[in-house]
Design a protein around this ligand. Sequence first.
Ligand SMILES: [Zn+2]
Length: 471
Amino acid sequence: MTNQNLVELKNVTKESVESAVDLLKEYLSFPTISAQNSAIPETVQFVVKMIEEAGGEAQTLDDLSGNPVVYGYFPAGSNGDSSKTLLFYNHYDVQPPEPLDEWNSEPFEATIRDGKLFARGVADNKGDLVARLTAIKILQKTQGGLPCNIKFLIEGEEEIGSPNLEPYLQKYRDLFKADACIWEFGGKDEQDRISMVAGIKGMAYLELTCVGADIDMHSSVGAYVDNAAWRLVQALATMKNQQNEILVEGFYDGMEPPTEAVMEAVHALPFNEEAVTNLYGLRRPLITKAKDQDPREAMVLQPTMTICGLVSGYTGEGSKTVLPKNAKAKVDCRLVPGQDPDHILECVQRHLEKNGFHDIQVTSLNGQKAYRSDFSHPFISHVMESAQEVYGKEGILAPNSAGTGPMYIFGEQLQLPIVSTGVGWVGSKAHAPNESIRLQDFENGIVHMAYMLLGFPAALESSQENVEASK
Ligand SMILES: [Zn+2]
């Protein structure tokens, strides 16, 4: 990779960006809401058409249950390295646009205002797919072919939790085989630095229910009748102490210790306590303070246990003297690599049993394992370094995000390093009204993908040399 390459890619991207935005606008006009089973076949057809028009081969995989998965393939050019393959993961579905009255323009009529493109799905994640396809077109134009093979996996159920992705990955493991993967999304942080992740936290989402009686009662019977709400809060109180240590035996089982490279990356992450406190209007000091813990370590390396909601009895205006018949809590645990959501469920059930709360029922609503790429893999540093060259600014790369997604099944089935990066920004409002990307970020994101691909084979070569040398 040379500086001249970068200058040329930037120039050609500038010329191509207008038609790329037009294509993106068309793609955004499909109301592909997976939760409502809306516009799936026509969107799939459009995605296939975009791949073919960019010079690739497309295949619609629909022989398993759920919405089709689109496979795209672009072979390396004659002067490229056909032994190296990069996989892009994207999804063509979007979140429902509601509440509609909070949109300043129609969610499925992409509109440009103040250098931003507004539409449902533009940041999450239709803009990224068009940026990636545009990068491919630009490389074909400027380099006379692609530097490596490129594959796409574009699914249509990400926004409903990818319930059918694993069987597809299992069945088509050979088809999707690659050396490395670029994940669906990402963007700029509040200081305009490109912010990327090389992994993702997992999730064990639990529902705790306590049923004390068939009907709500007059609260005077509290003299002799046990109370479901008290039972539930007492049970919850045994699970975490005031120092915020999780007391469920076995909860921390299996946690993989971070490598030195991971620790270094964690300590390089930005964290501004004052900004966080102001952003949320926090009334209490951060819980990491009491434990004298670095909040960045907590964010990336430690699991959480969060009460997401509690419901019981009367919570309306004024007083109502009632003894509730039942109580319910939703609890989410963000997991780190090595933890198992099924094991977490068993541990919580055993913990409640052991503490005398056999009347509290625990069910799992969602379980996903965490994934963290091998942080010493040269692909990781290549994505980071190419980003810094393109954006001319320091980037941020977290070993894993604090959020969750279906990354683990990719890692497990395909055994490859994964980095997530994209064309969003801190004000993108994914999942909310007035979702947007900035056109300048879209253009820079195209350049980054093209430039990253250009140096991809050499970056992997250096990894093999390292392996050889260490033998
Ligand atoms: Zn989303």
